[in-house]
Design a protein. Structure first.
Lengths: 320, 241
């Protein structure tokens, strides 16, 4: 027996084959595009780490040894030069070790500007002329809850500031990182460039605050902020601005890059403080690179004896 | 392409299985030979997380790819990729619990000491470690949204992994089983969100996973609408005057 059932769909309601195929092509094309873009972006989600430790540089002469950090065991050169946050060269920790070599650090000038008597371009040689260099082994605590011990070579920032002769209106110092897309890969617009940081003048003049130009007694590698970077050991790493090309003395508190990016997560002071958590992770402990057990993070990164007085009376929960 | 059952079962499946273990094998090799970064513990956590996301995407891609290419054999790999997503997700959770939480406990040095001396930690230490770890992980899940989301994403995979066997499909019945396994759509949404909230500034990678998931879920939405339209009752033909 033959039962003839009516068609479910009238022929007029069936999408024309050509249109149907077009749509199928369109879907296919958008899927293929997504796949291609995804492959492009995720391809940089490096699985094979191609980190390359910095080649050893010129030995620095007449470096004075200091008692700083005599009780600490410094991290290895390989660790300090392959694990860097320097977004201008890419967002992965090993990107700067691969791309920072393109940065030309000689000749180098620092533009001095703002509330000071000695404005203008200061060649790095002039800054270093007659400047005594000393080794400072400091603990370095990143806001991402890892830390290292680093044998910097540098000089007190106060020496440089005195040369600039700031006026009485200078209350803060603003620093800017050199930026040039030709030399810096910065393939992502992860943050706004150039990178800016700042210190209160008394923080900048503090004897612990140095400008580092060397590492392990040698010229500082590019990925670590050559030719000159700031080191403020009681503050999180992002305050330690690299490859400084501009110094400006200002009356008002500068807007530093990470505060500008996310002011609820990163403040101006950025003092290491185990009791004030980052909104997304705890700052109570840290992983020292090379260790398994996490260390308890120390207030002011353990430099409280020398620097706590800078913040007496301040609410450090508010001024994070 | 039509492959015989034998070819799939004894040829393609073992190959895909071994390939899926590749990332883990590589991680172990790289960790043992010092080919990870200066912070290998963070690498282990990150890589297991990223591979979880990739396997979730692969699993979600099976059905759209099958429909798109008409190659039905693909469906035979869905359980495997899904279970690998759960496998890497569990490794990710375990790594986090050990590297991020356990290593910060006051009890942890005691373990290192005991293991270093070549003996098993005492029962008292074990009990207090278990309590400390549970509290530490619990607090983190409660306090930090990206951990909450990540943990929730893992939880959504647990019933799917348990009921992935043929026995459970039979017990639940195909329809109910299918409905339950739509939970993986939620996994696909929570996973990239977890990644998103973790990164400091550049969201291009989490965004990419989110986009892939969006396309794969969008395709389903599109097809289910197309099906519903096709299933609409036929209207009575308009009478001509």
């Amino acid at each position: 027996m033959l039962i003839k059932r009516p068609a479910d769909i009238r022929s007029s309601e069936i999408t024309d084959k050509k249109v149907y195929l077009n749509r199928r092509e369109f879907l296919g094309a958008s899927a293929a595009t997504t796949a291609a873009v995804a492959a492009g972006v995720l391809g940089t989600e490096a699985f094979v780490h191609a980190a390359t430790p910095a080649p050893h540089g010129r030995k620095l002469e007449n470096v004075k040894k200091t008692p700083f950090g005599a009780d600490e065991k410094p991290n290895k050169w390989e660790e300090i030069t392959t694990y860097n946050n320097y977004y201008e060269f890419g967002i992965d920790k090993d990107s700067p070790s691969m791309f920072a070599r393109n940065l030309k650090t000689e000749p180098w000038t620092v533009a001095v500007d703002g509330e000071c008597a000695k404005k203008g371009n200061m060649p790095l040689e002039d800054i270093l002329k007659g400047q005594a260099l000393e080794e400072r082994i400091y603990r370095h605590r990143c806001v991402e809850a890892w830390s290292m011990v680093i044998p910097w070579v540098g000089f007190p920032l106060s020496d440089l500031i005195k040369k600039c002769e700031p006026t009485s209106k200078a209350k803060f110092v603003e620093f800017t990182t050199f930026f040039d897309t030709k030399q810096m890969s910065a393939r992502t617009s992860a943050i706004r460039y150039p990178y800016v940081e700042g210190l209160r003048l008394d923080e900048a003049m503090h004897p612990l605050t140095i400008m580092a130009v060397g590492l392990y007694g040698e010229v500082i590698p590019n990925q670590d902020g050559a030719p000159m970077r700031l080191v403020v050991p009681w503050k999180y790493g992002f305050k330690h601005i690299k490859s400084i090309s501009k110094i400006r003395f200002v009356e008002k508190q500068p807007m530093n890059t990470w505060q500008d990016q996310a002011s609820n997560e990163y403040g101006f002071y950025a003092n290491v403080n185990p009791s004030v958590d980052h909104p997304r992770w705890s700052q109570a402990t840290e992983r020292r690179i090379g260790e398994f057990l996490r260390r308890k993070t120390l207030m002011f990164n353990g430099y409280g004896d020398q620097v706590a007085s800078l913040y007496s009376g301040m609410d450090l929960k508010k001024n994070y | 392409m039509k492959l015989s059952d034998r070819a799939v079962r004894f040829g393609l499946k073992p190959v895909v299985f071994l390939a899926s273990l590749g990332p883990l094998a590589y991680l172990i090799w790289a960790a043992l030979t010092g080919n990870l970064s200066a912070n290998p513990l963070a690498d282990l956590t990150n890589e297991t997380g990223v591979w979880t996301l990739r396997f979730i995407c692969l699993t979600l891609a099976v059905t759209p790819l099958r429909k798109w290419t008409g190659w039905n054999t693909l469906v035979k790999f869905r359980r495997m990729t899904g279970l690998f997503a759960f496998f890497y997700g569990s490794l990710h959770l375990l790594t986090y619990a050990i590297v991020d939480r356990f290593a910060g406990l006051d009890q942890a040095p005691g373990w290192v000491e005991a293991i270093g001396a070549g003996h098993v930690p005492g029962a008292a230490l074990m009990a207090s470690t278990a309590r400390g770890l549970a509290r530490s992980v619990g607090e983190d899940i409660y306090k930090r949204p990206f951990i909450t989301i990540g943990f929730a994403a893992w939880i959504t995979m647990v019933p799917l992994a348990i009921t992935s066997t043929a026995g459970w499909i039979r017990r639940l019945g195909g329809k109910r089983w299918n409905r339950l396994h739509r939970l993986v759509y939620l996994t696909g949404i929570l996973g990239p969100l977890h990644y998103w909230w973790l990164v400091k500034a550049d969201v291009s990678r989490p965004l990419t996973y989110a986009a892939v998931v969006a396309v794969l879920l969008g395709a389903r939405l599109y097809w289910s609408r197309a099906r519903r339209v096709a299933a609409l009752p036929v209207r009575a033909p308009a009478t001509r005057a």
